[in-house]
Design a protein around this ligand. Structure first.
Ligand code: FAD
Length: 462
């Protein structure tokens, strides 16, 4: 009896329901990961994310081998070919059951249905476990309908979690019947950019979590909007590949901050809320699959006539808009593969509301550059900022990029890290630089563009 654990975005051995279930009843356990390089290319996955993935798979190989489990990394080329690769693998290795975590996006759901059908011809069950903090199938409104607004969703989640606090599953014991990898690990990850600043080793990631919960969660509410401060956890990359789980985050938060986590106005409670935003966007992507197909949640906004000016888009991508906070943010993304949340909101608002460029262009650019790219959170964040989404910022709330800079980076500490051209300036001049420094003048006039955007939305609503 040999079980197979199919790893996806859950590259860890602690708090792994599928792995624990496989180990419980089987003497011999194998593990597989299907690498889909064509998919990485089609989705334009960032070079830094590819390196992060490679390192995470190396770490997983190490963790699994200490449990006596071999990880085979199979080059499946394309996502659509994974069902046949899986069936071949099961035949070749005498697998009698397959365990994995459920994924909630449409393509993944369809893929799992194909796998299940193919495996059932071989008499092999595919058992899928729910790896979310709160399954999109569990949380529903009183009338059974899915939530469309975050605040009531989060309230319902808190009630649910207060009654049934999630358990972190222990790592399974090492197997006595060891397996060995059948193939040499394949290497087609494409272009890579050094991600070694982002920890993948379990001890390091857990230390990062503990440190955040013990030292910074308490002041999270006050600090989280200021990009010059180390006010947020920077755990998004680890969460995106499943190196840790939101359950582990919540358990650690409770251990360090106690009952404070239930107070949504406290620092710890605010961080808890951010973990729930992540669940919310999964809930939305599952229940309203049109957002996964490139459509707006608010369907009327699909008729907006975006200007889609390529030169303006290029200036935004390259941090050359003439708005210091926007440019510092876009350069942070380009240089580090990560961007602070406040800056994601400012730059997304600027692209859609000031440049009138389709939010899908920005969504794609973020996916192509972020180390923590996550389809549901990215789509949700973009649709929020562009006022096309569920809990959309109302269309008339348009961030002023100058006052946002003045408010969240008053002394320019963050801006100067990425826009050194402005180092001779101080105070308010830094947010409205003169044109003499080799730094571009604003590519658009904010108040003019604001009026155009208001008219674009208004026209559709009348
Ligand atoms: C336009 C836009 C695009 C975004 N794209 C992504 C993306 O591709 N991947 C991604 O993980 N997050 C995305 N976010 C959400 C958020 O910006 C990042 O999760 C956060 O900046 C990561 O930093 P952190 O780990 O320090 O977060 P913390 O503030 O420490 O938050 C802890 C965790 O909660 C989750 N989280 C926090 N804020 C949000 C949020 N608004 N929505 C969903 N989850 C959240 C993340 O998993 C994060 O790691 C996006 C937001 C916007 C506005």
């Amino acid at each position: 009896m040999t079980a197979l654990v199919w790893f996806r975005n859950d590259l860890r051995t602690l708090d792994h329901l599928a792995l624990s279930a496989a180990c419980k009843d089987h003497e011999t356990v194998r593990a597989v990961y299907f690498l889909c390089p064509q998919q990485l290319d089609e989705h334009g996955i960032a070079p830094i994310r590819r390196h992060f993935l490679r390192r995470a798979l190396d770490e997983l190989t190490r963790q699994l081998s200490s449990l006596g489990i071999a990880l085979d990394i199979i080059n499946a080329q394309h996502f659509s070919k994974t069902p046949s690769h899986l069936a071949d693998y099961c035949r070749d290795h005498g697998i009698d059951s397959v365990f994995a975590h459920r994924e909630w996006l449409l393509d993944e759901i369809n893929r799992d249905e194909s796998c299940s059908a193919l495996l059932s011809e071989l008499d092999i069950p595919l058992t899928l476990f729910d790896d979310s903090l709160l399954s999109p199938l569990t949380i529903a409104k009183g009338d059974g309908e899915p939530y469309k607004v975050f605040t009531p969703f989060s309230r319902r989640c808190r009630d649910y979690l207060a009654a049934e606090f999630p358990r972190v599953i222990r790592r399974p014991a090492a197997k006595s019947a060891l397996t060995s990898a059948s193939k040499t690990p394949c290497q087609p990850f494409g272009d890579e950019k050094d991600a070694s600043k982002w920890p993948v080793e379990e001890d390091d990631v857990l230390r990062q979590l503990r440190q955040f919960c013990a030292e910074r969660a308490g002041s999270y509410k006050d600090d989280r909007d200021f990009p010059a401060l180390p006010g947020t956890s920077r755990l998004s990359a680890a969460l995106a590949l499943g190196l840790i789980t939101p359950r582990q985050c919540l358990a650690c938060l409770q251990q360090e901050c106690g009952e404070e986590i239930w107070d949504a106005k406290s620092g710890a409670g605010t961080w808890f809320n951010e973990l729930l935003w992540r669940e919310f966007y999964r809930h939305v992507a599952y229940h309203f699959p049109r957002v996964v197909k490139g459509q707006a949640f608010q369907t009327y906004t699909d008729a907006i006539r975006w200007s889609n000016d390529q030169a303006l888009f290029d200036a935004w991508c390259n941090g050359q808009t003439g708005y210091p906070i926007v440019d510092a943010a876009m350069r942070q993304l380009k240089e580090t593969g990560w961007m602070h949340n406040r800056l994601r909101m400012i730059t997304a608002s600027f692209l859609s509301k000031d440049l009138q460029i389709d939010w899908r262009w920005g969504e794609r650019h973020f996916l192509e550059n972020l180390i923590d790219a996550d389809f549901a959170s990215n789509n949700g964040g973009w649709q929020w900022a562009a006022s096309t989404g569920t809990d959309a910022a109302p269309y008339f709330r348009i961030f002023n990029p100058t006052t946002q800079g003045q408010r969240f980076d008053a002394d320019g500490q963050f801006i100067l890290r990425y826009v050194p051209e402005l180092k001779s300036l101080q105070g308010k001049h830094l947010h409205m630089p003169p044109t003499t420094l080799g730094y571009p003048s604003p590519i658009v006039d904010h108040s003019e563009r604001r009026n155009i955007t208001l008219a674009l939305f208004q026209e559709l609503r009348d």
